[in-house]
Design a protein around this ligand. Structure first.
Ligand SMILES: Nc1ncnc2c1ncn2[C@@H]1O[C@H](COP(=O)(O)OP(=O)(O)OP(=O)(O)O)[C@@H](O)[C@H]1O
Ligand SMILES: [Mg+2]
Length: 378
């Protein structure tokens, strides 16, 4: 029997995100008034992704994780995890749902000190009853084997080193074979060599199909995950905005993120038609869009396919403000694009000459490529 089943996406339609936060706000009540800890967070994470969250102390990283785990609730907005609207669960159902769907790892391990290592791992199985009683000990031992601690199974956690305790905590997080593992500074309390072994363990789990989110202060580790979300004063910098305009400063990226409106299109849907007035700059944030060039007396030609982080509408911003091509969502799946109006783009570019220059160059180059495409094929 294998330790982990292949994770299923609970959304059923195969199009849903594993984790999906929409316009999430969190206010904390304090003696001096409400504190806005999360400000309009939009974050989508797909099944099987390994995502790191970085940001200064107090920026809202733990608060964000607490929204996903249901440890705390958003003041407004929606949080969907594996097809469930987390904020709608009552306390009773929440605990069971969490036990089955999420493995949670903390900076300070939080193992129960008075029971043995193996009992710590069996506890979540006893709570959720995902495995029959007779299988629980065997499974716990196999999990301990995976983290190379089988011989410590019957010791108390305090007899183990920090790194070992963290590996026990990871084994515990996996007790019910959850599709998602969430870890808040899992290596923050470990020396670099031990941190490395814990990180390697996460990598193995990703390879086995788990979806993993870690908060970390270690930018070196963050770079080795699939994606990094940067959070600043409770706001998330959109990673595709950052990818499209890498020369913007952090504050400018936040501004661009605030300016951007997210639009969703069904597979094959037309996004822009050739010949219409151009008003906005677009960045692809999910799926693929096709640039369709019309040709006289011939069928249209798909000149280009653009994936996440790629953009369109920059040619028209620098040249004539009429669309030169049609843009449509690829048939392969739903598409999301971020839309920034030309006035807002212009304001941004006024603050960053380097970005204006980069986009202008891209516009000239793309224009030349489009012309070549029409020429070649007509
Ligand atoms: N229960 C609470 N009541 C009031 N304010 C809170 C509460 N929890 C967090 N905050 C505040 O919200 C902000 C974000 O806190 P959070 O713990 O999410 O930050 P963080 O990014 O995880 O920081 P660190 O890297 O230090 O762990 C901080 O300014 C914090 O003081
Ligand atoms: Mg924190």
């Amino acid at each position: 029997m294998s330790l982990f089943n292949k994770p299923k996406n609970g959304n059923g339609n195969g199009n849903g995100h594993m984790i999906d936060l929409r316009d999430v706000h969190k206010y904390y009540k304090t003696a001096i008034g409400d504190y806005h800890a999360l400000n309009s967070i939009d974050l989508q994470i797909e099944a099987g992704e390994f995502v790191s969250i970085i940001g200064k102390s107090g920026s809202g990283k733990s608060t964000l994780l607490n929204m996903i785990t249901g440890i705390d609730r958003p003041t407004s907005g929606e949080v969907q995890v594996n097809g469930t609207e987390v904020q709608k669960l009552n306390e009773n159902r929440m605990a069971r749902w969490r036990g089955k769907n999420l493995g949670i790892v903390f900076q300070f391990f939080q193992l129960l000190p008075t029971i043995s290592v193996i009992e710590n791992i069996m506890l979540p199985m006893d709570f959720c009853r995902t495995y029959p009683m007779r299988e629980r000990e065997k499974r716990a031992l196999e999990l301990l084997e995976m983290v190379e601690l089988r011989e410590h199974a019957y010791k108390l956690p305090t007899a183990l080193s920090g790194g070992q305790q963290q590996r026990v905590a990871i084994a515990r997080a996996l007790a019910n074979d959850p599709p998602i593992v969430i870890a808040d500074e899992p290596t923050g309390n470990l020396d670099s060599k031990t941190a490395e072994s814990v990180f390697a363990l996460f990598n193995d789990l990703v390879a086995k199909g788990k979806t993993i989110i870690i908060v970390t202060h270690d930018s070196g580790l963050a770079k080795r995950t699939h994606r990094t979300a940067l959070i600043t004063d409770g706001e998330i910098v959109n990673e595709y905005v950052a990818k499209a305009m890498p020369t913007l400063t952090q504050d400018q990226l936040l501004e661009a993120t605030r300016d951007a409106k997210c639009l969703t299109f069904e597979p094959g849907a037309m996004i822009l038609s050739e010949g219409t007035n151009a008003e906005s700059f677009y960045i692809v944030s999910r799926g693929t869009v096709e640039v369709v060039l019309p040709r006289e007396n011939q069928s249209d030609v798909i000149a280009l396919q653009l994936g996440p982080g790629k953009y369109f509408g920059e040619i028209e911003f620098f040249h004539e403000k009429k669309h030169r091509a049609s843009i449509r969502a690829s048939e392969r799946g739903q598409v999301e694009v971020l839309c920034i109006g030309y006035d807002q783009l212009n304001e941004l570019l006024n603050q960053s000459a380097a970005t204006r220059e980069a986009l202008h160059q891209a516009a000239d180059q793309h224009e030349a490529e489009n012309l070549a495409h029409r020429g070649e094929t007509s």
